[in-house]
Ligand binder design. Sequence first.
Ligand code: NDP
Length: 279
Amino acid sequence: MMKRLGLIGYPVEHSLSPAFQQAALDALGIPAHYELWPTPPAELSTRIATLREPNVVGANVTVPHKEAVTRFVDSLAPRALRAGAVNTIVVRSTGLHGDNTDIPGFLFPLTRRGFPIGDLRVVLLGAGGAARAVVVAFADHRCRSLVIANRSLARAQALVAEFGLGRALPLGTELLPELATADLLVNATSVGWDGHSSPIPLEWLDVLPSHALVYDLTYRQTPLLAAAHARGLATLDGLEMLVAQGAESFRLWFQMDPPYELMLRAATDARARRFGTNG
Ligand code: NDP
């Protein structure tokens, strides 16, 4: 009997997850289909109830449901509890288990490149859901310093207070001295998706140390990444994080090592089909 998995969100049509999850399932000969499950907020509880049907292995959860879904699962992994958000549901004999693989997914591309997480001076732009996963990652693994800069200062301050980590700043010129000593600049705002906008003026990148890495969680090319690259800085977009969080979901669903490289190739191809060669 064909098993079923899917992505719960609204909208989900743009997602690259089916491409790389199905590639992994097919490569390992697992008889399962990864589907798109578009779910308006009013239908979330009904959708979650369908996960209890036979043959469903689990689900990924994306915008706008990551926080709301914590109320509908039967148990939560400690990191999902800390993040207050679930991006992975695993169907267990004991019920629906919620986990958050965005946290290891964010760290994976950094550790894979040998970045010494504990030594990093980090400037994080954003204080929404993705930024929260980043803060949990650094709260668990401890970086040298963390500045959380957000358009709405109160949201950044709330994160600092909740996790007892870092300092909060607005997205203003107060950031320039922080950028001047940063090893890692992370964009976890939703600004840049359109290919035209940037969360900070691009000339601010001039003050970054030459060894700094600019990591934009957007999984396509953004003006921030293009400007960093033009300045000779190392850059990383969000595709590896996307695949890494999905690979960790796969590990939780099937309790086997995910074929990460194959998944990354499938995601890269799917992105090229959607956005053009460099995203
Ligand atoms: P949220 O809606 O939760 O947060 C959005 C963030 O962007 C907030 O900090 C918000 O600031 C800020 N923002 C929005 N508009 C502006 C603006 N015009 N100027 C300045 N700041 C702005 O979104 P998410 O955290 O869920 O997602 C953020 C990004 O991360 C998205 O691009 C998403 O695709 C990406 N992402 C990537 C993942 C991956 O696997 N690669 C995983 C998850 C997310 P304010 O608080 O002031 O509104």
